[in-house]
Structures are given as structure tokens and as C-alpha cells.
Design a protein around this ligand. Structure first.
Ligand code: IFM
Length: 912
């Protein structure tokens, strides 16, 4: 047999080596093979495809390789293939795609079902098409179908026989003329005229004809059997790469590379857990400790593997398109250390990993670490079982691994399943059942599902900014982590750092309600509802707290954990200073924030409030009614609070708190039904009208709190370029005497409750408070950017957005090691969705009023709203909206219209 040698033409595990074809394929470089029908089946005039080809086809599909067969117009029609494939076919891992015929259409065989899809490419002209056009259309359709299964072109090999053949001109093959196929690998198995000398640079000239093709197919099948570590499509638009091992960035990388699903988060620590690494597995809502010492419980860890020696150089790639993390050693002898892991989006609580390296480098050790580990008896003796116990609840895990070998590569495959119990003894049984299911499916099938589910998620929610690939990628990172955290659990306790680190002990702040929830509502309504449910279930605790403090109704805690009691610590550090923390008793706006989020989630989804939600709005209104003090002139005040600007404490009539309280009283009144309560609601409405808000109609500016204007006027620029932690730089006492503020306070009102502030007051308040805002909180840049965009200051808005986008990815605050700033991730998406695209929901109508910065001539957003999947495209000339069902829309302040289902509708761009 001929074993041709290859010089691989593109980066990848084999980029720098001369490797025989079976080694090339054995790296599972390809998740899909695209090949001409006649090349695959040989003589197309034969009455039926040869049995050997069909056997290989089935073997490939079983090994997890998708196969696309492209046929020229005169090729044998797909039905004969259908019959043959269906005979004896079970459930192949790969997908079979067939395109061909005089007017090409794509047939797809998946999970035992054939279907024919609409064409992705532009409609072909009527009449017989030239063979080249048929192949181009077919290839486009195939790539589109593969991408729908989460297989990008970088994971596809196009196998042809004469890439340089067309007139001897390099790169004239039909496949190579399709721009979408740019990142495919082209393998030439024949030597056409002029080849291999004139072979286009992107083609790998294997030569060897049909025999090479068979060898390649056999090697691909073997790669599947040998459980090699799959590759990812290194499309820069979809990957985040953490480069070499830089010990200073190690813990930041671990945060950024966290994988989260179904309320279980695993930090991205390298397998060998080198010095300085902080590996951690956390489960949403599972806290340990009491009072302000409550913190998220560390669960058993599943990723530890001994690696000797550890890699000198490596790169780690988070593939956001498919939700997997790849690690690759660089500059080492083959086989290099490689690993791939993911938190299954298909099987809740299941995580999976494969690691490969040369003989003796990888030692599995125990499959679970870091908690009480016991071996299970009974029917599954090979499983490790471990549980981490909190006071009441805990986290149970079961795991198993197995080893295999292919040539010099030794592979370890580990799967684990978690079950979280916020309130009860951790129970490994559900985890055992999940692991049974995962093992029945196997790693490859789980990976296929992972790719498909993430592809479907991105089809619903995504952002495209053709002129700004960096911003697009950073926004995708935010969407990726938000979506991964957004589990539609029965309730979702989402701490300030999510499940990516121990920062803020995993406590739940207003970050979850006001910053994350609106973002999640546009991507996963079930997850947004789970955030609301977390608060609803703690309404009794909030009632209790109000009573303890001498108030009526319900008052939510500033920091919340398991039970809904206030868990704000009494002191903390600001730079070198140990300072008392008063937020627990003073940052009372959180009560209105929770009410706002409850109403927002329902409004965005286009549904009525449920009875428990109405109750929450009424109870919080009742709190404000008792919290307000009425002065002799009848005006109502809220005394001695801390607003979102935490630099100034114990202030009276903080505009944010007062206006949010006013909104809450009105919303509570609207939510209240019947009898005695109506009289109470009338009192709330009357009280709301009397709350002072610090607005001065002469200047159009809200005074942030009583006496703010008398403070020393210091602008941020005179201290340093924002963002800065002004309290750390100047000291908390000094900063308190100035007008410097930590984050938008008054301006948050323009974002959350625009109907509660004076019409047209946004620009004046932006001009006034913008230069005073230090952006000392990660919550600040995203919402500031949204407001600047809405006010038409789009280039300033983009500058501000870039601060938010870099905040974690470049560790701008030096705090990312302790976890992602979830509120910032929510904030940057809000900036794009509600700021630049100007999308809001009001009265069950989608309002759209885009304001694009000069650097972004066009954007495309996909999101969910009012129960619809919405696609919005904006360019300098038009706005195009499309929804998957009828939708009330109002574009650019025009008239309200009903958008027809599934029909793109154009609107003109309004010039300012
Ligand atoms: O909730 C925020 C607050 O607004 C500013 N300090 C950090 C908290 C948690 O992110």
C-alpha cells in the first residue's frame, strides 16, 4: 500500500511535521469529510455503490465523522444511497449529507431520519446548471448544514482529485471558489496536470488516488476508535486563546477558561494543577458557613491528572462556538500533550475530558479530588464517588475514567456527573444515573450533542460586527459565559462572580437582578425566570428582615446567599485600609431593584405577572411606604442610605433610591388587586407623587443626594484617566468630600426607568455626571456605554464599551483571578442591545432605535424578546427586522406595526 507523505499546509497539531496520512487523520483533525460522490463510490456507471465504500461510510459515521457527498448534475440520485444507508443503520454519530441533482438540493440523514433542507445559497437560475455551479451550491449548503451542527469549516476536509486541474490554473477547483470554504483543509488524492508542483498553497497534495482515499478513511475511523483528542475549529471569530504559561496570568486564565453548565462551574485549571493554580468546582446555590461567612462550597474536583513533565509551552483555546476547552502543548515531540474538556449542555451535571500524551507522561490518579472520596461498591466498582458537605446541603460527584492507546499516543478519558443539593444531604444517586447515561452515549456522542446545542444557541442569540472583529469576539465571550451560567433551574442563585471563582464568596447582589437578568431575558427566558424565582422563594425572609428593622412589607438583603438573610460582611479592605461596611444596612435600593427585575422579566417575555410576582411587587411597595419619612410640608424622603455610588455613605434622598422607590410604589399599586388593598394602593400612588427626587428643572439635573452639589467639585480627569478606584487612590475619607462618584447613580434611572425621569433629561445628566464618574466598579462601563449610545454620543459610547469588553479579558481591575465580573458581562450586552441597537420592550411592543458608532457601519443581532426569535440588521441605509412569529414593533419612533412571521421587513434609518 502507498503511504504518501504530507506537508500539512495549515496550523494544527501536525502543522510542522512530515506525517503519513494515517497519522494526519488520527489526530481527528476532521469532524467532517466533504468528498465528491464519484470519488467516494468509484465508478458512477456501476449499478450500485460498492459494498466496501458503504461499509466505510457507515464506519466513518459511527466514528463521529460527518460525511458530505457532493454530486455533479448527472450523478446517481440520492435515493439509492438512502436505501442502502438505511438498511441496518442504527444511530451514527456523524451526519450524512448528500447534495446533487440537476437543481441541487441537500438531503440530510441524522438520527435515523432523512430530511431535505432549503438551500442556504442564493437560488440558482432556472434550467440546467453547469457542473461547477452545482458543486458550489452543494458545498455552500453542506457547510451551512455542518455549521448548524457546530462543525465549522476548520474541522472539515474537502477531498478532491484534481485541485489544480482546471486549465492548469492553481485554485480553480469549484470547491476553492466558495469563500465560505476558505478555512477547510483541501486534500488532493490525485495528481492532476501540473500537480504537485503547481498545487495551490492551501491544498495538501497526498496523491495516490483512490487508494489514498481509502487509507485516509481507515485512519479517520481508527482515530475515533482510539479515542484521540479532537480538534477545534480555530476560527478567530469564535475562539479565545490563552497563550503560553505565564505564571502571573495563570489564575486569570483559569477564570476566563471556566466551563459552566446546569449550575455547575469548573475553573479552567490545567490538569496537573501547577503551583499557584486555584482549581475549583462550584455549584449554584450550594453555600456553606453561617451569617456573613457563608460562601459557595468547593465541590469535588474532576480535572486533575498527573502530567510529567508539565509542558514548557502551551496554548489553551476556548471554542465558544461549541463550548469546549482545548489545551495543546507547543514545540514538543509527538505525541504532544493535548486535552479537550467540556461541561455538557445536553446532560445536566455531566462533564467530560480527554487527555493524550506520549507513554508514561500522564497518570490518572483518583478521578475525583478535594472532598471526601469514597469508592462505590455494588455494580459500579470502577467509579469514584465523592461528596462535599455544607451545613445542610452539599455537592455529590461520581466519576470514571479509562485509558486507551493508539501507536505512541496514550489517552485518558474521564467523565463525571454532579448533583447539587442546596438544602439536603448530597445524594450521589442522580449523579450515578447521569453518568450511566453519559457512558452509554460515550464521549464522542456527547461532543456531537455539545456542538449541536451550542450551534442552536448561537443561531438564536449572537452578534455580528463585521468592521470590528475584536469587539465581536469579546461580546461573544460575554454571551458565552452568560448563556453558560443561565441554567433554567428551579431557582438560580447567581453570585457576583458567577461560578468562576470565589470572589465575593458567591453572594448574590443587585448585579444578578439589574445587570445579568435583562441580558439573560434576551437569550434564555427560563434562566431569567430562575433568577426571579430565587428572589420569590426568599420573600418570607425579606418580610422577616423588614419586620426586624421595624418596617412593613418585604426588604431584600444587600448581599444574599442560601436563605435570604443579609450576609453582607461587617468590614473589608479598600486598598491598604480596613473599613467598616455599612452597605448591609444602608444600600436599600436593592429592594426596588429586585421588584424591577421581577417586572422586567415578565414584560420582556410578554407575559402577565404571576400571583407570587404580584405579591413581591406589593410587599416591596409596602416596605417603601413604611420606609419613607414625610416632612411637615408633606414631602416624602428616604434618609440615611447608600446609593449605587458607594463613595458617599449615609446620604439622604439619594435620587436613585428615591426614584426607584417611587417606581416600586407605582408598580406595586398596579400589581395589587381588590378591596382593602385598593385603598392601600391609592395611598402608595399618592405617596409616590410626594417623594423628592432632587430634580432641578432649571438645569435639568438631578442632585445625586441632598447636599451633593455643595461637595468639592473634582473631576476624574484631574486625578487620572478613568477607570480608576478613586477611593483607593485618594482614600475613602478624601473621596467622600468630593463630587467623584464610583458608578452611575442618577444615570442608572435613565437606563432602568426612563419613564420615571424628566423627559429629555438624559443629555444634561450625562454631561454633568460623566466627568465625575470614576468607573471604579465593574458595573459602570456597560451601562454608561448604553446611555451614551442612546444619547447619540456613539463614539464615546464605544470607547466606554471597550473598557467593559477588556475588563476581564485583559484583567483591567486586577481582580479577575477571583472570578468573572458577571454584571459587566450583562452590562456589555445591554450596551449593544439597548444602547447601540436601541432595543426595548414597552407595552408588549418591541421598540428599536439604533445609534451606531462611526466605526460600526453595520451590525447584526439575534436575540429573544416577547416570545419570539428576533434578528435585527442595521446598516447605514436600513434596518431589517425578522421574527419567527408575528411581533408588534415600533422602529425609530414611527408607527406601531405588526411584523409578519418569518419575513424580513425593512425600515429606513432615521437621520438625526
Ligand atoms: O454590587 C456591586 C456594587 O454595586 C459595587 N461593588 C461591588 C458589588 C458586587 O459586584
Amino acid at each position: 500500500m502507498i503511504v504518501p507523505y504530507v506537508i500539512a499546509a495549515r496550523p494544527g497539531p501536525f502543522a510542522d511535521e512530515r506525517a503519513p496520512v494515517d497519522t494526519l487523520a488520527a489526530g481527528r483533525y476532521y469532524a467532517a469529510l466533504i468528498v465528491g460522490w464519484s470519488l467516494f463510490f468509484g465508478d458512477r456507471t456501476a449499478p450500485r455503490p460498492p459494498a466496501q465504500s458503504l461499509r466505510q461510510l457507515r464506519a466513518l459515521l459511527d466514528a463521529g465523522v460527518s460525511v458530505a457527498l457532493l454530486a455533479a448534475p448527472e450523478a446517481e440520485p440520492p435515493p439509492s444511497l438512502r436505501r442502502l444507508v438505511e438498511t441496518g443503520e442504527t444511530h451514527p454519530l456523524g451526519q450524512l449529507l448528500v447534495s446533487g441533482g440537476p437543481q441541487p438540493q441537500l438531503s440530510e440523514y441524522r438520527d435515523g431520519i432523512w430530511s431535505t433542507r432549503g438551500r442556504a445559497a442564493a437560488p440558482a437560475p432556472a434550467g440546467p446548471l453547469p457542473a461547477r455551479t452545482v458543486l458550489e451550491i452543494g458545498l455552500r449548503d453542506v457547510l451551512d448544514a455542518l455549521s448548524g451542527a457546530g462543525i465549522g469549516p476548520g474541522l472539515a476536509a474537502v477531498v478532491g482529485d484534481r485541485f489544480a486541474a482546471a486549465g492548469g490554473l492553481p485554485g480553480r477547483d469549484a470547491a476553492m471558489l466558495v469563500p465560505e470554504a476558505r478555512r477547510c483543509t483541501f486534500l488532493s488524492v490525485d495528481v492532476g496536470p501540473g500537480e504537485p508542483a503547481a498545487v495551490p498553497p492551501q491544498v495538501v497534495a497526498l496523491g495516490g488516488g483512490a487508494e489514498t482515499l481509502r487509507a485516509l478513511l481507515t485512519a479517520l475511523v481508527a482515530a475515533g476508535r482510539h479515542r484521540r483528542v479532537p480538534a477545534v475549529d480555530e476560527d478567530p471569530a469564535w475562539i479565545w486563546t490563552e497563550p503560553d504559561t505565564d505564571p502571573r496570568r495563570q489564575r486569570v486564565s483559569e477564570t476566563l477558561l471556566s466551563l459552566v453548565a446546569a449550575g455547575i462551574g469548573t475553573r479552567g485549571a490545567p490538569e496537573e494543577e501547577p503551583d499557584g493554580s486555584t482549581p475549583l468546582v462550584l455549584a449554584a446555590g450550594v453555600y456553606t458557613g453561617t451569617g456573613s461567612r457563608q460562601h459557595l462550597l468547593a465541590g469535588p474536583r474532576w480535572t486533575h491528572v498527573g502530567v510529567v513533565p508539565p509542558p514548557q509551552r502551551q496554548r489553551r483555546i476556548l471554542d465558544m462556538r461549541t463550548g469546549v476547552l482545548l489545551r495543546e502543548e507547543l514545540d514538543a515531540t509527538i505525541p504532544r500533550l493535548r486535552s479537550l474538556r467540556f461541561a455538557s449542555a445536553a446532560l445536566p451535571g455531566v462533564v467530560a475530558m480527554r487527555v493524550e500524551a506520549g507513554a508514561g507522561r500522564v497518570s490518572p490518579g483518583p478521578a475525583l479530588r478535594g472532598a471526601r472520596v469514597s469508592r462505590s461498591g455494588g455494580t459500579t466498582p470502577a467509579r469514584a464517588v465523592a461528596a462535599a458537605h455544607a451545613g445542610r446541603g452539599g455537592i455529590a460527584a461520581v466519576a470514571a475514567h479509562r485509558r486507551s492507546r493508539a501507536g505512541t499516543a496514550h489517552t485518558l478519558e474521564r467523565m463525571a456527573a454532579y448533583s447539587r443539593s442546596p438544602d439536603d444531604e448530597p445524594d450521589p444517586e442522580p449523579a450515578h444515573r447521569r453518568l450511566d447515561e453519559a457512558q452509554r452515549l460515550g464521549f464522542d456522542r456527547l461532543l456531537v450533542q455539545q456542538r449541536r446545542i451550542w450551534a442552536a444557541r448561537w443561531a438564536d442569540v449572537d452578534v455580528r460586527i463585521p468592521a470590528d472583529p475584536e469587539a465581536q469576539r469579546a461580546l461573544r465571550y460575554a454571551l458565552f459565559q452568560l448563556r453558560a451560567h443561565g441554567a433554567a433551574l428551579d431557582e438560580l442563585a447567581l453570585g457576583a462572580r458567577g461560578l468562576t471563582g470565589a470572589g465575593y464568596a458567591g453572594h448574590v447582589f443587585w448585579d444578578a437582578d439589574v445587570f445579568v437578568l435583562p441580558a439573560l431575558a434576551s437569550m434564555d427566558p427560563g434562566a431569567a425566570q430562575a433568577l426571579v424565582e430565587y428572589r420569590l422563594r426568599r420573600l418570607p425572609a425579606a418580610r422577616e428582615r423588614a419586620r426586624e428593622l421595624g418596617y412593613a412589607g418585604a426588604h431584600f438583603p444587600w448581599e444574599s446567599a442560601a436563605d435570604g438573610e443579609d450576609v453582607t460582611p461587617a468590614s473589608g479592605r479598600v486598598g491598604a485600609h480596613e473599613v467598616a461596611i455599612h452597605n448591609g444596612s444602608r444600600e436599600v435600593h436593592v429592594t426596588a431593584d429586585v421588584a424591577w427585575a421581577t417586572a422586567f422579566a415578565a414584560a420582556w417575555a410578554g407575559r402577565e405577572l404571576s400571583d407570587p410576582e404580584r405579591e413581591l411587587l406589593s410587599e416591596t411597595a409596602r416596605y417603601w411606604a413604611s420606609r419613607c419619612r414625610t416632612d411637615d410640608s408633606g414631602l416624602a424622603h428616604v434618609d440615611a442610605v447608600i446609593g449605587p455610588d458607594e463613595y458617599h455613605e449615609y446620604v439622604d434622598d439619594n435620587a436613585y433610591t428615591n426614584v426607584m422607590a417611587r417606581w416600586n410604589l407605582r408598580a406595586g399599586a398596579r400589581a395589587t388587586r381588590g378591596g382593602r388593598r385598593n385603598r392601600e394602593a391609592a395611598r402608595w400612588l399618592e405617596l409616590a407623587d410626594r417623594i423628592v427626587d432632587g430634580y432641578d428643572p432649571r438645569t435639568g439635573i438631578y442632585e445625586q443626594f441632598a447636599g451633593y452639589h455643595r461637595l468639592e467639585e473634582v473631576l476624574v480627569d484631574s486625578v487620572a484617566a478613568a477607570p480608576i478606584a478613586a477611593d483607593v487612590l485618594l482614600g475613602p475619607d478624601r473621596v467622600r468630600r468630593t463630587q467623584l462618584i464610583k458608578q452611575p447613580d442618577v444615570l442608572m434611572l435613565h437606563h432602568l426607568v426612563p419613564e420615571e425621569v424628566a423627559p429629555g433629561s438624559l443629555p444634561a445628566n450625562l454631561r454633568f455626571y460623566g466627568p465625575r464618574t470614576a468607573h471604579g466598579s465593574s458595573l459602570s462601563p456597560g451601562i454608561s456605554s448604553a446611555l451614551l449610545a442612546r444619547a447619540g454620543l456613539t463614539d464615546d459610547a464605544l470607547r466606554m464599551l471597550r473598557i467593559g469588553l477588556a475588563l476581564d479579558l485583559e484583567d483591567r481591575t486586577g481582580t479577575t483571578a477571583a472570578g468573572l465580573h458577571m454584571a459587566n458581562l450583562g452590562g456589555v450586552w445591554q450596551s449593544v442591545l439597548t444602547g447601540f441597537a436601541g432595543v426595548r420592550v414597552r407595552d408588549r411592543c418591541l421598540l428599536v432605535e439604533p445609534h451606531l458608532p462611526s466605526e460600526w457601519p453595520e451590525i447584526e443581532l439575534r436575540f429573544l424578546a416577547l416570545g419570539r426569535r428576533v434578528r435585527l440588521q442595521v446598516d447605514p441605509r436600513r434596518i431589517v427586522l425578522r421574527a419567527d412569529g408575528p411581533l408588534r414593533v415600533q422602529v425609530g419612533g414611527g408607527r406601531v406595526r405588526i411584523l409578519p412571521a418569518d419575513r424580513p421587513t425593512q425600515f429606513p434609518v432615521r437621520r438625526r
